[in-house]
Design a protein around this ligand. Structure first.
Ligand SMILES: Cc1ncc(COP(=O)(O)O)c(C=O)c1O
Length: 390
């Protein structure tokens, strides 16, 4: 478990370029692996044919309401049912006695959770912190609207004070390590961002059991475009405040997306609970196999280059598969070891590779985060390009 690291926070703006989300068109194209766009799952879902396809008649999903008797009145009941079923199947989170809150991606839920935990009567905004290297969107998510209730205060490891909200991302984006809260105080609160606590990325060592746990449809099974996330929340008053935030910001969450998510999650759980021998229809096995191949290729190139290094991860028994499994992060946290290169992102950019520089994560610019989740064409060209760097 890697906790506190040397940092070096600075303000940077993330820019969407015309190469974002597109596969390269030629061998000379820019390789854009800046975003964690999970397009590697596209081929899996293509192989599933019509399983997961939905048709919604035009008269359906007209109302704002899904179930007015539920605290989260815009939560589609089938979606909630499939969420509980999937967590019980994978064993990665406790769902008993938890409220499920749906959000427009987990990004919206992170804001809702911070809003819900912020005192409404404090003279100063509460500090929101996370250990370096932290997920690069935490700062803009907390600061962009200049809330009077909360504000980003950077690295949890250097934070002094008793009143804070700590964001714990485990496995951690960007470096893939499992992590825990670093601050312990009665006045402090934690939010667990478990976007990558799924068996393709890490051995599942047991059900996570925290007060607020946030998951996303994008990284669990690859459907980022539906913009669906969910939170499992222990405390009803906190859940109620989160719902209030979602009411005010978007009056709930698209029902069409929730119905689609429920259908697709059902396909995932069915493939494990009612397996058809020989069928290649298991999304976590697909993800693990692909990531294992990619990590193997990347490690070979990095070792041969002498220019870069990568973190090393321990293996553990995965309670979901019963097998010994290593951590296979959705991002490579690459470090430039070559003398004279201080800014690894600029160095890679000069070789037409776009990756996110360490400073976005509060870390040194010698580091870059490279997405491992893109389509095969993009990843293969990245490997080819990286191996040509001397
Ligand atoms: C750690 C982490 N949390 C949250 C998110 C946001 O995911 P989304 O808004 O797509 O659900 C991401 C996306 O990259 C992430 O990596």
């Amino acid at each position: 478990m890697e906790q506190c690291k040397e940092g070096g926070a600075a303000k940077h703006e993330i820019v969407i370029s015309d190469t974002s989300g597109r596969p390269p068109v030629s061998k000379d194209s820019v390789v854009d692996l800046e975003f964690g766009d999970p397009t590697m799952y596209e081929s899996f879902w293509k192989g599933m044919g019509d399983r997961g396809t939905i048709t919604i008649p035009s008269w359906q999903t007209i109302s704002y309401f899904s179930d007015a008797t539920n605290l989260c009145w815009f939560l589609e009941p089938e979606f909630a049912q499939e969420i509980r079923r999937l967590h019980n199947l994978v064993g990665n989170a406790v769902t008993e006695d938890r409220r499920i809150i749906v959000g427009t991606g987990s990004s919206q839920l992170l804001q809702a959770a911070v809003y819900a935990l912020s005192p409404s009567d404090a003279p100063e905004p509460i500090s929101v912190v996370s250990a370096v290297p932290y997920y690069s969107s935490y700062e803009p998510l907390m600061n962009h609207l200049r809330s009077g209730l909360f504000r980003w205060a950077g690295d949890a490891c250097t934070f002094k004070g008793d009143s804070y909200i700590e964001l714990v991302c485990s496995p951690r984006n960007p470096d893939g390590f499992l992590s825990q809260a670093v601050l312990k105080s009665d006045g402090g609160k934690t939010i667990h961002d478990l976007a990558y606590y799924w068996p393709q990325y890490t051995p599942i060592t047991g059900p996570a059991d925290h007060d607020i746990m946030i998951f996303t449809f994008s990284k669990s099974i690859g459907h980022a475009g539906s913009r669906i996330g969910w939170a499992l929340v222990k405390d009803t008053a906190v859940a109620r405040k989160m719902v209030k935030f979602l009411e005010i910001s978007t009056i709930g969450v698209s029902k069409v997306s929730q119905i689609r998510a429920a259908t697709i999650l059902k396909v995932v759980s069915d493939s494990y609970e009612n397996p058809i021998p020989g069928n290649q229809d298991k999304v976590f096995a697909f993800g693990r196999h692909l990531l294992a191949n990619r990590w193997k290729k990347l490690r070979e190139i990095v070792e041969a280059s002498g220019i870069f290094s990568l973190p090393e991860f321990p293996s553990e028994t995965c309670k979901f598969t019963g097998e010994t499994a290593e951590i296979l992060p959705g991002f490579a946290w690459l470090k430039c070891e070559k003398e004279g290169i201080e800014d690894c992102a600029s160095f890679l950019r000069s070789h037409k590779i776009i990756a996110r520089g360490g400073r976005f994560f509060g870390a040194e610019p010698k580091f870059v985060r490279v997405s491992m989740l893109d389509r095969d064409e993009t990843f293969d060209l990245f490997i080819e390009r990286l191996s040509s760097i001397r």
